[in-house]
Write a protein that binds this ligand. Structure first.
Ligand code: A3P
Length: 317
């Protein structure tokens, strides 16, 4: 636990009682409420569960890691700040200057910096993000009227993206890539950040069926395939539909495109307060990149798990 700052005695005690396993990076992961987290993650999630008070007007972007969260952050931010479009979207938009993880912060990071973060500076509706699984969200958040937009992605691309991202975080003395076989095995067994991946997806999927007015379920692939249609659906769900003039839809999609965001100075050379380079969140941005990495055996294994896990639901990823 030594590498984790401000780990209180209470949290240390709780964490020490949890099943654990070596994670993708040379650090332990712990099994808490049915999901796997690094010690650092747990140290952020526990205060969110205990301290965060949602407002009815809040909009929460929930996602599995590497599902394109940053893209949806850009889209939601643009949707909720459409006035920039009328002023001068191409020159003055905050997206052009700031990192998206600062504009739309993760609840977990806010609570890592401060047990009781001051969120009063956020304009209403507050737009926040999280990777916390549905079942582990703070209780009152599930009862309240805040809206949740959930994003996930097919497991093979999610795995490859996560593997590449983790490689960037490896300490230099360990090397530049972690073993594909080992991390793939862990992913399939559910031992990955906020994993099991499939349970994360199912939790929000079921919630979206039970509470369609409150939980909006979206996949990376749907967004890629029919971006205009999905953006309009999202806008109606959030209560800010577009006018007849569809120019604005296209402008938001252009502004938030991989090409545009990944080439911005802030995303090429900027860094987050956590030390992560902004550019590590923009790799390829494609569907199906997994074909270059996974062997036929790996594909067979992961497809079988997906089929078994989603059996009985209409879910296809
Ligand atoms: P790849 O590693 O497959 O390229 P997250 O934000 O959840 O960490 O997800 C990161 C993934 O989303 C990366 O996938 C990244 O390249 C992709 N991505 C980032 N911005 C995107 C955009 N504007 N459009 C499509 N994909 C994007």
């Amino acid at each position: 636990f030594r590498c984790v700052n401000n780990l209180t005695d209470e949290r240390r005690e709780l964490i020490s009682t949890l099943p654990f396993e070596l994670g993708w990076l040379p650090m332990f992961m712990h099994f808490y409420q049915g999901f796997w987290y690094t010690t650092r993650q747990l140290n952020m999630i526990l205060p969110v569960q205990h301290q965060f008070r949602a407002l009815d007007s809040d909009i929460i972007l929930a996602s599995t890691p590497k599902s394109g969260t940053i893209w949806l952050k850009a889209i939601l931010f643009s949707l909720l700040h459409q006035s920039y479009y009328y002023s001068n979207i191409t020159v003055d938009h905050p997206l052009l200057r700031k990192n998206l993880h600062e504009l739309v912060p993760f609840l977990e990071f806010l609570h890592m910096l401060d047990m009781n973060p001051d969120l009063s500076a956020f304009t209403s509706p507050r737009l926040l993000a999280t990777h916390i699984p549905f079942g582990s969200l703070p209780e009152f958040m599930k009862d309240f009227e805040c809206k949740i937009v959930y994003l996930c992605r097919n497991p093979k691309d999610t795995y490859v993206s996560l593997w590449q991202f983790t490689n960037n975080l490896l300490p230099k003395e360990i090397g530049t890539t972690s073993s594909l076989e080992e991390t793939f095995d862990k992913f399939c067994r559910g031992v990955s950040m906020d994993g099991p991946f499939w349970d994360h997806v199912l939790g929000y999927y079921k919630a979206s069926l039970e509470m369609p007015h409150k939980v909006f379920f979206l996949t990376y692939e749907e967004m890629k395939e029919k971006p205009r249609e999905q953006l309009k659906r999202l806008a109606s769900f959030l209560g800010c539909p577009f006018s007849e003039d569809e120019e604005e839809v296209d402008e938001i999609l252009r502004l938030c495109s991989f090409d545009n965001l990944s080439k911005l100075e802030v995303n090429q050379n900027g860094k987050l307060s956590t030390g992560h380079e902004n550019k590590s969140f923009f790799r390829k941005g494609e569907v199906g990149d997994w074909v270059s990495y996974l062997t036929p055996d790996m594909i067979e294994r992961i497809d079988r798990i997906t089929e078994e896990k989603f059996h009985g639901s209409d879910l296809k990823l």
